[in-house]
Design a protein around this ligand. Structure first.
Ligand code: GCU
Length: 429
C-alpha cells in the first residue's frame, strides 16, 4: 500500500480557491519584505533588559503574557481536581523484547465521562534507573506510530484519511503503523530514551466546533459557552494536554521527569513550542517544521501568513489573533520571542528544504533572533551567523538544521534530536 501524507498547505490553497478567494502566497525571497522585529531584550516600556534577573522577573513574564493575550490565548491554571491516571496495560517485553510498554488513560472527571487522553509509553527494556523521555502528540492515533499489535486503537476523532485507515474519523486496524516513519521508536529506545505519545484529537478534536468537544468546556465558568477572545484555542488546549501528560510522567518511577523533551511536527510543533514556553518543567523543546504560528517569523512574507492561518484554522489560536491578519506589524511579539521563552533550556528548530509553506529561512531567522536572550543567560545561543547548508546541523544550545525533502519527520530528524539530547539532556541540566 502506498501511503501519502496529505499536504495541508495544498489543501488550504484548494479550499481558499474553492471559496473564491485567491490567497496571495509569496515564494519569492526578494519579496519577503523588510520588517523590524520587536526586541526581546527591551521591555514594552522601552526599558532595556540588562541582566538575567530582569529577563526572568520582568521581560519573560511580559512576553508570555503578550503571547497569551494576542496569539494562543490564556490557558487555565491548575489541573482539574478530579484528574486521575489509570494504567490500562503493561507489557514487560514489547517490540520483540526491546521495550517495556505502558498504556495509561488520563481522566479529568471522577466519573470518567468527558475527554480522556490515552497515553502510550515505551521505555528501553533494560534501562538502569529512570530514563529521559521524548513526549509528543501524534495526528492519527497511538496505533499509527508503530505496527505493534499491542497498542490500543485510538478512540479519538481523527481527520478522515482512508488510505491511512482512518474511516468515519476513527482509527481502524488498517491504521496500525501508518505514521511509523515519523516515530523512530527502535532507534530512540536503542539510544537509551523512552518515548511517550498521545493523539491530539483526545485533547481537542481538530475542527472548528465552537469549542464544545475538547477540554475547554471543563473550565467554562457558569454561563460560558466558548473561550473569551484572549482565552485558549486548540493549540492552547493541546499544549495544556502535554503538561497533563507530563504530570503523569512525574508519577512514573521508570521516567526521569526532569529530563523530558517536548516535541512536535507542524501544527503540533507550534504546540510543542507553546507548551515549552508555558511549562518550564519541560527540559528541552523541539519544533519540527512548525512554520507560521510556530518557529517562523510572522513579519516575513513568505509561504503561509497569519491571515491564511486565521482563515483556514480559526480554532487554533485565540480570537484576538485575528486582528493581526492584515497587520502583522502591529503584533507586539514575533515568533523569535516564543523560541526565547524556552531559554536557557536547549531548544531545537528543524526545517525542511521543500517545506516552503513553512518558510524554512524564517524559521532559521527566528532562531537567530532568539540568540541574544540565550547569550544574556550565559549560553552559546545559536552558533551560526548564516543559514547553514542543507544537512549541516548546528548543535549549540539553540539547535537548528535544514534537511533535504518535504514537510515530514524523518529518521534524519530523529537522529539529530537524539544527538542533541545526548549533548544536553542525558547529562542533566
Ligand atoms: C497546514 C497549516 C500549517 C500547519 C500544517 C500541519 O499546512 O497551514 O500551519 O503547520 O497544516 O499541521 O501539517
Amino acid at each position: 500500500m502506498r501511503i501519502s501524507f496529505i499536504s495541508f498547505g495544498a489543501m488550504a490553497i484548494l479550499a481558499a480557491v474553492a471559496a473564491g478567494q485567491k490567497p496571495v502566497v509569496n515564494y519569492d525571497e526578494s519579496k519577503a519584505g523588510s520588517y523590524t522585529l520587536p526586541n526581546p531584550l527591551v521591555m514594552s516600556s522601552g526599558e532595556p533588559v540588562r541582566d538575567a534577573r530582569a529577563w526572568r522577573e520582568k521581560r519573560r513574564p511580559e512576553i508570555l503574557h503578550l503571547f497569551e493575550e494576542n496569539v494562543y490565548g490564556r490557558t487555565p491554571t491548575g489541573r482539574p481536581p478530579a484528574m486521575h491516571f489509570k494504567r490500562v496495560e503493561r507489557s514487560a517485553s514489547a517490540l520483540g523484547g526491546k521495550a517495556v510498554r505502558k498504556q495509561i488513560t488520563v481522566y479529568f472527571k471522577r466519573d470518567e465521562s468527558g475527554p480522556a487522553i490515552d497515553l502510550l509509553l515505551y521505555l528501553p527494556k533494560n534501562a538502569r534507573g529512570r530514563v529521559p523521555v521524548f513526549l509528543g502528540l501524534n495526528f492519527n492515533g497511538n496505533q499509527a506510530i508503530h505496527a505493534d499489535p499491542g497498542i490500543r486503537l485510538s478512540r479519538a476523532w481523527i481527520r478522515e484519511n482512508r488510505p491511512m485507515g482512518i474511516v468515519n474519523h476513527r482509527a481502524t486496524e488498517a491504521a496500525r503503523g501508518v505514521e511509523s516513519t515519523r516515530w523512530q521508536v527502535e532507534e530512540i529506545l536503542e539510544r537509551g530514551y523512552g518515548v511517550a505519545t498521545a493523539c491530539y484529537g483526545d485533547i481537542d478534536p481538530d475542527f472548528d466546533d465552537g469549542f464544545q468537544n475538547g477540554v475547554q468546556p471543563l473550565f467554562y465558568k457558569p454561563g460560558q459557552t466558548r473561550p473569551a477572545p484572549n482565552e485558549w484555542g486548540a493549540i492552547g488546549a493541546w499544549a495544556w494536554g502535554l503538561s497533563r501528560l507530563l504530570d503523569y510522567l512525574e508519577t512514573d518511577k521508570d521516567v526521569d521527569a526532569r529530563r523530558v523533551a517536548v516535541l512536535g511536527h507542524s501544527r503540533l510543533g507550534k504546540t510543542a513550542l507553546w507548551a515549552g514556553a508555558q511549562d518550564e518543567r519541560f527540559a528541552m523543546v523541539i519544533s519540527n517544521n512548525s512554520g507560521e504560528g510556530g518557529a517562523s517569523l510572522a513579519r516575513r512574507n513568505f509561504g503561509e501568513t497569519v491571515e491564511i492561518l486565521n482563515r483556514n484554522f480559526p480554532h487554533w489560536f485565540c480570537a484576538n489573533y485575528r486582528q493581526y491578519s492584515k497587520n502583522v506589524a502591529a503584533l507586539p511579539v514575533d515568533q523569535h520571542m516564543l523560541i526565547a521563552l524556552a531559554a536557557p533550556r536547549p531548544v531545537y528548530i528543524a526545517s525542511a528544504e521543500e517545506d516552503r509553506w513553512a518558510d524554512p529561512r524564517g524559521e532559521f531567522l527566528a532562531a537567530k533572533a532568539a540568540d541574544p536572550v540565550y547569550r544574556l543567560l550565559g549560553t552559546d545561543g545559536l552558533a551560526a551567523s548564516d543559514w547553514p547548508p542543507v544537512g549541516q546541523p548546528v548543535s549549540s544550545r539553540i539547535g537548528y538544521h535544514i534537511r533535504s525533502g518535504k514537510h515530514d519527520v524523518t529518521l534524519y530528524d530523529w537522529q539529530q534530536y537524539l544527538n542533541f539530547a545526548d549533548k544536553y539532556l542525558k547529562t542533566g541540566r
